[in-house]
Design a protein around this ligand. Structure first.
Ligand code: GBH
Length: 500
């Protein structure tokens, strides 16, 4: 008797766990699976017809020493000419949506709305029509780090007038392309771009003004986002009925020490709350902890005013609630520890947090890309709990290989996507997180900003040495195609056993 019970348990128990797991691994019917790119990273055609110069054209041409391989996006994947083929590649995988971005200077050659480029508009119309003809839904980003160089030269995002210029540009885009687009992203990763462009020198224009430029930039980006959101509601919502959001780059931060359980959230508030709190919280404005620490640090440094600008009550109200969904780009996680506060020097930086990693975490080719799948589950639950269970659009998630290898058999990428999608599906199916879309970065290998072509995120390999920019599917294409077709997440081993 005993033996029978024990053996039945041994057989049934693991099955119960596994079977339960399997039901978590079902992809819900209403979860859209797609892939993303951005204009400067794939288009090329940098000086076709009447296109204006962008800040990235200027940056890569005049400061090529800041790009790891000295390269640029002049041709990139040549998607300006090869967009039909690219849409076919998306179709082959069975993606529901494609996230692309618009190059502001391509449609407004002077930077301003006094002149609209017919060719520029036509290009994006062609791409969007091609997507629709293949049953793929466009998600369109208005700003993915490239702005007209004339505006960049006048201070870019540190000049408050950009709020008006960005709104004028957005109005042209909505008018021309809006009838065929239902999902908009105003700004891609403002938290990353503000820091990299103005505090550091990794994004155009590379100002290197730590602790000053990024906060000016963020202040104006928040205003610009809100203005565009509200302008759409007033002028286009009735006729076009799209949804708008912003995509914030969010790592997950694990408090390293039990006696400092708040350190992870402090890092989150400084890294993401910077943009999330003003838009998504009940009270609006910057996170109180961020305000407090930057004010204190500024004072100790002898600044007459805080380096973090102040919103008027009107702006706080105006920015609050300007979202239809919660957009998030997620790749990796960190540990956090508090740095002791010193009332003479403050903190060595405004967060008062030091980040570290677990050396046993697997890594991608990007120095920052540690593989920590549990982080995405924690992040989704945090968003659900802290921001009142909003609809979540995951707008980027992906893995990099080294550019000097072809890596057609990208098993590491499959493992990464599998483990992250698994955590996401558990957060949806078990914990009730309201995730509406999951988007792989990226369809194609592309110009990886200051890393040039040395890091490759594509599920399709691109041969940048060949004038055809030949695209070749990696193994992850076959795996993803099967996952999307069957609506069931399977590991690489299961895939191999069945299909290889
Ligand atoms: C995205 O940014 C971009 O939107 C996309 O254009 C780009 O190609 C893609 O990622 C791949 O890089 O973990 O503390 O060391 C992601 C930008 C870069 C932001 C690394 C966080 C590391 C911070 N991320 N950065 S940390």
């Amino acid at each position: 008797m005993k033996i029978i019970i024990v053996t039945t348990c041994l057989i049934i128990l693991p099955c119960l766990i596994k079977c339960e797991d399997k039901s978590f691994l079902k992809i819900p019917n209403n979860l859209k699976i797609g892939a993303a790119t951005s204009a400067y990273q794939i288009e090329g055609g940098w000086n076709t017809s009447d296109k204006g110069q962008s800040n990235w054209d200027d940056f890569t041409h005049s400061k090529s020493h800041l790009i790891l391989d000295g390269s640029n996006g002049d041709i990139a994947c040549d998607s300006f000419n090869k967009y039909k083929e690219d849409v076919q590649l998306l179709k082959n995988v069975g993606f529901n949506h494609y996230r692309l971005s618009i190059n502001w200077a391509r449609i407004l050659p002077t930077g301003f709305a006094n002149k609209i480029s017919k060719e520029g508009i036509q290009y994006y119309k062609n791409v969007i029509d091609e997507l629709h003809s293949q049953g793929i839904e466009p998600f369109v980003t208005l700003f993915h780090w490239d702005i007209p160089n004339v505006i960049a030269k006048m201070g870019g995002w540190t000049n408050e007038l950009i709020v008006d210029y960005f709104t004028d540009y957005a109005r042209v885009v909505f008018r021309e392309l809006g009838p065929k687009v239902k999902v908009w992203i105003t700004l891609n990763e403002p938290n990353v771009d503000c820091s990299e462009a103005y505090d550091k020198e990794t994004h155009a224009p590379g100002l290197n003004m730590p602790g000053i430029g990024s906060y000016m930039c963020g202040h104006n980006m928040l205003k610009a986002h809100a203005r565009v959101y509200r302008m759409y509601q007033e002028e286009f919502k009735k006729t076009q009925n799209g949804i708008l959001g912003i995509s914030i780059s969010s790592s997950y931060w694990f408090s390293k020490n039990k006696n400092e359980p708040e350190s992870g959230d402090i890092a989150f508030q400084n890294g993401c709350g910077w943009f999330l709190n003003p838009i998504f919280s009940k009270d609006g404005d910057y996170p109180p902890i961020m305000r407090k620490r930057i004010d204190e640090n500024s004072k100790l440094e002898g600044h007459p005013k805080s380096r973090l600008p102040v919103f008027s009550p009107e702006w706080i109200e105006y920015i609050k609630g300007t979202f239809d969904y919660f957009g998030v780009n997620h790749y990796s996680s960190r540990y956090t520890e508090n740095v002791p506060y010193n009332n003479i020097t403050g903190w060595y930086d405004d967060t008062g947090i030091i980040e570290s990693v677990n050396q046993s975490w697997p890594r991608g080719a990007s120095s920052w890309l540690y593989v920590v799948p549990e982080g995405i589950g924690e992040l989704l639950r945090k968003i659900k709990n802290d921001y009142n269970n909003p609809p979540i659009y995951i707008l980027e998630n992906g893995y990099s290989n080294y550019g000097n290898e072809t890596n057609i058999n990208d098993i590491n990428r499959i493992d990464y996507l599998y483990s992250y999608m698994k955590e996401m599906l558990v957060a949806i199916n078990r914990d009730g997180c309201n995730v509406k879309a999951y988007t792989v970065w990226s369809v194609l290998d592309n110009f990886e900003w200051s890393k040039g072509y040395t890091e490759r995120f594509g599920i399709y390999h691109v041969d940048f040495n060949h004038e055809n920019r030949t695209r070749t599917p990696r193994l992850s294409v076959a795996w993803l195609t099967e996952v999307i077709r069957s609506k069931q997440l399977i590991s690489f081993d299961e895939f191999k056993a069945k299909f290889m």
